[in-house]
Design a binder for this molecule. Structure first.
Ligand code: ME8
Length: 641
């Protein structure tokens, strides 16, 4: 039995309404949890709100409310947003709760008793003086400020001198470094791991655990003139919620005995990858297994900050696309871990292409043929229908590879596995031409094809369940399936559906989205790879492009044009001819022998009557074009990704 899975999102500040940045992390955590449960693992998913600090006190005052009234109001916004997005958290932690306060006291007491390796107290008292930004809720360094002003909040930092308790962070950094290097403490993706290792090499100093000036927070148990520093308070949520101070059994299960994963964006890396493990080490508590820092989203090129910029309210998105599709669209825009710019007009195109066209159409075409030819009852399977073996062998691989992606925190890739299976199902449907079989009265063959398509839909209804739970439940009821077969194991078998069960589609599962708004959205089309997307490719389209390293073995000018060269290239396993518009920048002699990168899986095309079997990549700057050939050390035929 694998160990339980414990995943957390950051606890969000209550002085902001939820936007799709928060939704991104939360949907991802929900997806991972549901997927692990589908695979038979126990899972606990924590989210919540970070409610203390001067910012909250200021915002409450501005709203004419008490602090807790103000918090209650925003907590309500978050809970509603999560409900509308079908977020199935196991627990919602609020830092204003009693149980959380007890946990903060407990961890600070444990830290106060700790000694560093060289026998010093881990916690000590000292004076601190420095500029403080109440927006950031932190003391600032000169580097953080521009002319004494915090650029993030556009307000002057105040000069504050006060007594604080300090934590000897530096004493714990060598051990954290060791654990990062040995992968006992995994920081992902790799770029973020390097960033943390780089931070350790800098002199980041100790940090103070308490504040004297702040008025809205948790007073220290040993000195009530001081409140716990908001980050110490906030980070402790990850243990308070599972019983660190009040439920040892639960804590043993979900912390000591579980795979502990913190998800967040890269903005809060230092706190989670250095402060938090150091606090835990001092307190004698296990440190998390993994911190995964996903990318930062902008919207139409603009930042989503608390006060400025564009923000999309997830509830508005749900109104537009429904909960399931919103979840799907959020997680499929970018590889998890990479920054991305959300382009709102892409949502409609992608919804129509992936969900209405690819998935929705497969369901309705299959259900329709079963209704008209088999009285809405699932026909018998037929094992020797052409193409079935290939389809089955594709389907068999999907659950395993999707789950591997989930384990590696790649929700986008796990979802793509299932959508690719839908596409394979559609291709099978089109290739076998069941409408013709119906006309010709080849009932057995027709039944076999439709049975296989229903099996594909059954497998997809499991694989996409973690991302679109309600819609996949709808699909499962079309196939007369109940929850007893909703498991990853069940997705690994074929010929599971019982012939004769009712297959009935009353309403389209993914009705086409009305393209009313943008001119760009009007160009919506199937995911055929030929869509007019204002030059933009879908991720799926781009992922289909196979890039390879090739060597130019011969080149010559094409008569009647100054721009084109005809190139013979060596792709390692084969030789090909391509036509490239590089003649103004490279002579045939110059380009011969060069390593280039080509898109190798394009349909052959004729350019000026000359056949071209691929396209090379080049970059243009200041009117000059340069071949993309960074991979010049690699042998021809190497895949580029
Ligand atoms: O930092 N793109 O809370 P917060 C992607 N209370 N993710 C985004 C995002 C964006 N543009 N904007 C927000 C805090 N997020 C502290 C955390 S934890 C102990 C305390 C998500 O409300 C992302 O997960 O500013 C990011 O790390 C988090 O919201 C920051 O939330």
């Amino acid at each position: 039995m694998p160990n339980p899975f414990y995943v957390t999102t950051p606890i969000y500040y209550v002085n902001d309404r939820p936007h799709i940045g928060h939704a991104y992390t939360t949907v991802a955590a929900d997806f991972l949890t549901r997927f692990h449960v589908l695979a038979g693992r126990e899972a606990f998913f924590l989210t919540g709100t970070d409610e203390h600090g001067s910012k909250v006190a200021e915002a409450a005052q501005a709203a004419g409310l008490s602090e807790i009234e103000f918090c209650d109001r925003t907590v309500d916004h978050f809970k509603k947003a999560w409900e509308s997005l079908l977020i199935n958290y196991s627990y919602f932690i609020r830092t204003t709760s009693e149980r959380h306060k007890k946990a903060v006291w407990k961890i600070l007491d444990a830290m106060r008793q700790a000694k560093t390796d060289d026998g010093q107290d881990a916690v000590y008292s000292d004076y601190y003086e420095g500029p403080y930004c109440t927006g950031c809720e932190k003391f600032m360094t000169e580097k953080d400020l521009v002319d004494g002003i915090c650029p993030l909040h556009n307000r002057k930092a105040e000069l504050i001198k006060e007594k604080n308790y300090f934590f000897r962070l530096s004493a714990y950094l060598p051990e954290i470094k060791r654990r990062i290097k040995s992968n006992e403490f995994l920081i992902l993706p790799e770029e973020r791991r390097r960033e943390v290792l780089g931070l350790i090499e800098q002199d980041i100093g100790d940090f103070s655990l308490s504040r004297e000036k702040v008025k809205w927070g948790i007073p220290l148990s040993f000195d009530d003139s001081q409140l716990a520093y908001v980050w110490v308070d906030a980070l402790t949520n990850y243990v308070s919620a599972i019983g660190y101070a009040d439920d040892q059994e639960s804590f043993d299960k979900w912390w000591n005995g579980a795979e502990v994963v913190h998800l967040m964006a890269k903005d809060i890396l230092k706190f989670h990858c250095l402060y938090w493990p150091a606090m835990l080490l001092a307190a004698g508590v296990k440190i998390p297994d993994t911190v995964f820092l996903h990318g930062f989203l902008t919207v139409d090129g603009e930042k989503m900050s608390k006060s400025l910029g564009k923000k999309i309210d997830p509830i508005d998105m749900v109104k537009e696309f429904g909960a399931d599709a919103t979840r799907y669209l959020l997680l499929t825009q970018f590889p998890f871990g990479i920054d991305g710019d959300i382009q709102v007009d892409r949502f409609t195109r992608q919804y129509n292409s992936d969900l209405a066209n690819d998935l929705g159409n497969l369901v309705s075409r299959v259900a329709k043929l079963i209704a008209t030819n088999f009285d809405s009852k699932l026909p018998d399977p037929k094992k020797d229908v052409p193409g079935l073996k290939a389809l089955m062998s594709k389907a068999e691989k999907v659950p395993g590879s999707a789950y591997a992606h989930v384990k590696h925190f790649a929700p986008d890739k796990a979802i793509a596995e299932a959508i690719n299976l839908v596409r394979a199902g559609n291709k099978y449907f089109t290739d076998t031409e069941p409408w013709k079989l119906a006309k010709e009265g080849q009932t057995d063959e027709l039944g076999g094809v439709l049975y296989a398509c229903c099996e594909i839909l059954r497998i997809v209804s499991i694989m996409l369940h973690p991302i679109m739970p309600n819609k996949m439940q709808e699909l499962r009821s079309v196939l007369s399936l109940d929850d007893s077969t909703l498991s990853l194991k069940n997705a690994q078998i074929f010929f599971e559906l019982k012939p004769g069960v009712k297959i009935e589609l009353k309403e389209s599962i993914f009705p086409r989205h009305d393209v009313k708004k943008t001119a760009a959205a009007k160009t919506d089309s199937k995911s055929s790879g030929n869509s007019d997307n204002n030059g933009l490719l879908d991720f799926a389209e781009f992922a289909r492009a196979k890039l390879k390293v090739a060597v130019v073995i011969e080149a010559e000018k094409i008569e009647g044009t100054d721009k084109l060269l005809k190139l013979q290239i060596d792709l390692g396993t084969e030789k090909r001819q391509i036509v490239a518009g590089v003649a103004e920048f490279y002579t045939p002699e110059e380009i011969t022998g060069k390593k280039i990168i080509v898109v190798s899986n394009l349909k052959p095309a004729k350019i000026r009557g000359v056949e071209s079997n691929g396209m090379l990549l080049a970059a243009k700057s200041g009117g000059k074009l340069t071949l993309v050939s960074l991979a010049s050390d690699l042998p021809a035929g190497s895949d580029v990704s």
